[in-house]
Design a protein around this ligand. Structure first.
Ligand SMILES: Cc1cc2nc3c(=O)[nH]c(=O)nc-3n(C[C@H](O)[C@H](O)[C@H](O)COP(=O)(O)O)c2cc1C
Length: 188
């Protein structure tokens, strides 16, 4: 498959089965991620791989953080959100947190873009390997407590939590994009 077809065939897929993703496949995804372009060779990315028991532990932490953030809600509403947050990481066998660690050597936006390129490399390689992925964020990834749990530094940011697994069934998701004409001005 050519690059354009691979790019177009990648879809965000959140429903996966229980099949484990071999560590060597995870290594390949991470290796692909690190070949992203980056200004001044800062390689501003960090990855956290969460699998097995690590997912339940992450869920516990996310539930704990959600509890802190929902203190002003009714007990029932808060409990629902806490339970949802705690179960989140169990939705896939592997979660890869793609993070940016700005070096200070180039504008921060460039570091975020580089980490975004790393994310796309990872997603495309996963697609090529027949894996389903979805990058998820939500308020939780912006909480300093989660950064601390993932051993990130104060200036680091989580770009997204990529849920990785094998798709439960053959999916034919219809996707659309705005025509490039509506997004582009040519000067010639
Ligand atoms: C940085 C980032 C954060 C995202 N966060 C979420 C999210 O929190 N929940 C979600 O369902 N999808 C999330 N997505 C996935 C988008 O919803 C998805 O890419 C979009 O719907 C386009 O679909 P496609 O990936 O199949 O082309 C995120 C994507 C990116 C790049």
């Amino acid at each position: 498959m050519g690059v354009l077809d691979l790019i177009k065939s990648r879809r965000s897929i959140g429903v996966v089965d229980e099949r484990d993703v071999p560590d060597e496949v995870i290594h390949t995804l991470l290796e692909a991620a690190t070949w992203a372009p980056n200004h001044k060779k800062t390689e501003p990315w960090k990855f956290r791989v969460i699998k097995g028991e690590g997912r339940a532990k992450l869920g516990e932490e996310m539930g704990r953080i959600m509890k802190l953030k929902t203190a002003d809600l009714s007990e029932e509403e808060a409990a629902k959100k806490v339970e949802k947050a705690a179960k989140g990481p169990l939705r896939a066998p592997v979660i890869i947190a793609v993070c940016v660690s700005p070096s200070g050597k180039v504008p921060e936006v460039e570091e975020v873009v580089a980490a975004g390129c790393a994310l796309q490399n990872l997603l495309l390689t996963a697609t090529e390997k027949g894996l389903a992925t979805i990058c998820r964020t939500g308020d939780i990834v912006y909480q300093p407590e989660l950064k601390q749990y993932l051993q990130l530094e104060e200036n680091d940011q989580i770009i997204g939590l990529v849920y990785v697994g094998y798709p439960k069934k053959e999916l034919d998701i219809k996707a659309q994009r705005t025509p490039i004409e509506e997004k582009t001005i040519w000067y010639q």
